[in-house]
Design a protein. Structure first.
Length: 98
């Protein structure tokens, strides 16, 4: 098993994790634990959100950069870790008991 697969398995085993998506720099999903339609929807929208967030951070301080973005809704918590060549997104249920 590759390091990537082991890491995805480890993250997936955490309480409440519902899915993981890895998105390339162009906003295209390259790996996912969710179905294709949901993956495409998350990839398109969250890559735009991360780009806008990075832009806001840089506008406020040109020496700074976005390293992590956490969005919590009534149903989900989205944890977004943008890197140079890809973005890791973890979707979890913050109210999960299991």
């Amino acid at each position: 098993m590759s390091d990537i697969e082991e890491t995805l398995k480890r993250i997936s085993s955490h309480k409440g994790v519902q899915g993981i998506v890895i998105i390339n720099a162009e906003g295209i999903p390259i790996r996912s634990t969710m179905d294709s339609n949901v993956t495409t929807q998350y990839a398109a929208n969250l890559s735009q959100l991360a780009q806008k967030s990075r832009s806001v951070v840089r506008d406020l301080d040109p020496q700074n950069d976005l390293t992590f973005l956490r969005v919590r809704t009534k149903k989900h918590e989205l944890m977004i870790a943008p890197e140079k060549d890809f973005m890791l997104v973890v979707i979890q249920n913050p109210n999960s008991e299991a």
